[in-house]
Design a protein around this ligand. Structure first.
Ligand SMILES: Nc1ncnc2c1ncn2[C@@H]1O[C@H](COP(=O)(O)OP(=O)(O)O)[C@@H](O)[C@H]1O
Ligand SMILES: [Mg+2]
Length: 256
């Protein structure tokens, strides 16, 4: 199993939209089995992926919070075949990485889950919160790779330094961790190599095929079905397909 954390310490950079569409594309066009992990206490991924599921499937016992606090994880089905999810609950917010016992988190538990399900899934995609929380630490310990979805503006680029610093710290604990690359999101034109993308490339990071801005993405969040179902011809969907192909073919980036 290939384990990827989708991370940016900024909110609203399309982490969750990327997790949803990557999972759907990995299954539909590449026949891959995917385990999604929702590591964000806002639960956007969980709500999106389990909206169509029967009540019994939607229960939240056994989510990531339970796993990180020593209880049994319960993996649930989503509306997409071969795509399952370990859900989030809002109590993830209460986890403190530094406290031993009590509210302290077992940050190795996701790595253990990875071992357990190694043969069952081809990809684990972890939708991280916009914070360096206990769940984010657990994700970076379990992961091989990090994808950084990013809006190419000055705020996003400035935020990178902090994120790279945190990733480097985590590499002391998990030396296998690499940055797969930056995924520019919400771009006005995919073919445009902006000054910002050029800057990032010059810094030695891989910059993936950019995802165009499309009104169909907001619409998708209401329809609760990935772009390949709701708007297969929109620019963002075409770009996510190109990105997934690039991601699957490309090796890790060893620059950081
Ligand atoms: N390619 C895109 N085009 C237009 N809007 C987008 C695109 N990608 C994401 N969005 C919108 O940006 C907002 C944030 O996306 P989300 O995935 O929730 O970010 P994050 O998980 O990083 O906080 C959502 O309203 C989403 O619909
Ligand atoms: Mg999110």
């Amino acid at each position: 199993m290939n384990v990827t954390a989708i991370m940016n310490l900024k909110g609203g950079t399309a982490k969750t939209v990327t997790a949803i569409n990557m999972a759907a594309i990995l299954y539909r066009y590449h026949s891959q089995r995917v385990l999604l992990v929702d590591a964000d206490s806002q639960c956007n991924l969980t709500e999106f992926m389990t909206a169509e599921q029967p009540e019994a499937q939607r229960g939240t016992d056994g989510g990531l919070y339970d796993l990180l606090t020593g209880k049994q994880a319960v993996i649930r089905q989503t509306g997409i075949p071969c795509v399952d999810i370990l859900p989030a609950t809002d109590d993830l917010m209460a986890l403190d990485v530094n406290k031993a016992g009590g509210n302290g988190a077992d940050v190795m538990a996701l790595t253990e889950l990875r071992r357990q399900y190694d043969e069952r899934y081809d990809y684990m995609l972890i939708d991280c919160p916009p914070a360096f929380s206990a769940a984010a630490v657990a994700a970076l310990i379990a992961a091989d790779r990090v994808i950084i979805p990013m809006k190419l503006d000055a705020f996003g680029i400035r935020g990178m330094a902090n994120l790279m610093c945190q990733i480097r710290n985590m590499q002391k604990v998990n030396p296998a961790l690499t940055v797969a690359g930056i995924l520019p999101t919400m771009c006005y034109k995919s073919e445009q190599m902006t000054e910002a993308a050029q800057m990032l490339q010059n810094s030695g990071l891989r910059v993936f095929h950019a995802v165009r801005r499309s009104t169909m993405v907001d619409e998708m969040t209401f329809l609760q079905t990935p772009l390949i179902n709701s708007s297969p011809r929109c620019g963002a969907c075409i770009d996510y397909r190109a990105f997934v192909k690039e991601f699957m073919n490309g090796g890790e980036h060893h620059g950081v």
